[in-house]
Design a protein around this ligand. Structure first.
Ligand code: FES
Length: 142
């Protein structure tokens, strides 16, 4: 009797855990602000969202992870160049997040952007790895 109750309890618990997996969220949208809040050719840090939001000269937006792709230290932004440097082992990245100097070997990860009703939203759930920058990674106001 006790064994049957234990087995039933095990499956109830297992079922509960299984349900939790189904309800796991697959996005985590973060409101960065209104489009008009962001000047062209500037980078904005969002420490609570763990990303930098860059607005380029042509108006395109790119959200880049603050984590260095070498071993995950937080990179700093250089307001002058728009690039990034890592305090841990001195990797450097340009304003597109591409590697300028090792030991990092790949660009900063990005996050998906959506522009809704004049607002910029960043999905910080899952960083997107990339091999290099290309213009298709930028988001524009349509
Ligand atoms: Fe950034 Fe090593 S963690 S260079």
């Amino acid at each position: 009797m006790i064994a049957a109750a234990s087995i039933e309890g095990f499956f109830l618990i297992k079922g509960g855990i299984h349900k939790a997996d189904y309800s796991e969220k697959k996005s985590n949208w973060f409101k960065a602000g209104r489009i008009s809040d962001f000047e062209m050719n500037k980078t904005y840090p969002f420490t609570s969202g763990h990303f930098y939001l860059r607005r380029f000269e042509d108006g395109g937006f790119l959200a880049m992870s603050v984590k260095c792709t070498h071993l995950g230290c937080i990179v700093n932004n250089d307001a002058g160049s728009g690039g990034f440097h890592c305090p841990c082992h001195r990797s450097q990245f340009d304003k597109y997040g591409e590697v300028l100097s090792a030991p990092a070997t790949r660009p900063l990860d990005t996050f998906p952007i959506e522009i809704r009703n004049g607002e910029i939203w960043i999905d910080t759930y899952q960083p997107v790895k990339r091999k290099s920058f290309d213009k298709s990674q930028l988001s524009y106001v349509s």
